[in-house]
Design a protein. Sequence first.
Length: 126
Amino acid sequence: MAKGRFGAEIPKQKSSLINWAGQTINDFPFMVLPDKCVLKSNSLYCFLFTPTSPKTNWPDDYLQKSIYTNDGFYKFDLNNLTAPELVFDPTTEGKIIDAANLKTLGNKILFINRYDNLLYSLGISD
């Protein structure tokens, strides 16, 4: 198990990509929340984070805004389902993002940053 900021054990989280027939297409070794993802062409774009506390009751604490995340922006290629590609790391820009309510508009991903409730956009390429 991974260790959190204060040395506590963090349980390994995972998510599954499931098709309309209920079949698991792929298991991912990290937590993916649906409102942090959007589909564009053959790619799934998601803001991913690492849980920091083993005492967090996912997803309830997050949805009730008891906790916030620090997200990186990733792209999954749905044709081969390999490890996601990091598209944007906000920490390199000195930013903290907890993205929610992703939408696409042309070649942009729009999202709300829960830290300041402002609308942001990131350019993507297909």
